[in-house]
Design a binder for this molecule. Structure first.
Ligand code: ADP
Length: 151
C-alpha cells in the first residue's frame, strides 16, 4: 500500500491544499494530513478548529486521515509506516525551501518526497493570505473549503 504524509500547519487549510491532496489521491492509497504542533508558533485558529476544517473538507473519504504530530516529520512518517512525504509547489521559492528539506529527509531516513505543482488557479493561495484577509475583516470564502465560523 502506498501511503503518504502531507504535513503542514494548515492555519487554515486552503483550496490550494485541497488541490494537492485530491491530486495526490491518484498516486497514493492513503494520505495522512498531518498537522505539526509547534509550541513556539502562534496560530490564528486552534488545533481543534484546524483539524475540524480538514475533517469537514474530506468527510466520507476513507483514503484521507487527519492526525497531529510533534517533532520531526520524518520520524512521524516512520511511526505511520509511510514511505512518502507529499508537498505542494507554488513557485521557485517553495522549490528552494523544499529541496534541502527533502534531501535531508532522504539522507537521514530514506523517506522520499513527492511534489505536485499547484493547479493554475491555486498558486496564489496561501494560509498566510487567508489570515491577512481574515485579520482585516475580508471575505476569504473563495480561498478555503470550509464554512467560515462566526468570530
Ligand atoms: P508549512 O507551514 O509547512 O509551509 P502549510 O500548511 O503552509 O505548511 O503548507 C503545507 C504544504 O502545502 C506545503 O507543501 C505547501 O507548499 C503546500 N501548499 C500550500 N498552499 C498551496 C497552494 N496554493 N498550492 C500548492 N501547494 C500549496
Amino acid at each position: 500500500m502506498k501511503k503518504a504524509v502531507f504535513p503542514g500547519s494548515f492555519d487554515p487549510i486552503t483550496n490550494g491544499h485541497v488541490d494537492i491532496i485530491e491530486r495526490g489521491l491518484d498516486l497514493f492509497d492513503e494520505i495522512v494530513v498531518a498537522i505539526g504542533i509547534n509550541a513556539e508558533k502562534q496560530y490564528m485558529w486552534t488545533m481543534e478548529q484546524r483539524k475540524s476544517f480538514i475533517e469537514d473538507a474530506f468527510k466520507g473519504n476513507p483514503k484521507v486521515k487527519i492526525k497531529t504530530y510533534n517533532g520531526l516529520t520524518a520520524d512521524f512518517c516512520k511511526a505511520e509506516k509511510a514511505s512518502y512525504i507529499l508537498r505542494g509547489l507554488r513557485n521557485s521559492l517553495d522549490f528552494s525551501y523544499e529541496k534541502s528539506i527533502a534531501q535531508t529527509n532522504a539522507t537521514l531516513t530514506g523517506v522520499e518526497s513527492v511534489f505536485i505543482i499547484s493547479s493554475p488557479g491555486a498558486s496564489h493561495i496561501s494560509s498566510s493570505i487567508v489570515r491577512d484577509v481574515a485579520r482585516n475583516g475580508g471575505d476569504y470564502s473563495s480561498l478555503v473549503p470550509f464554512k467560515i465560523p462566526k468570530k
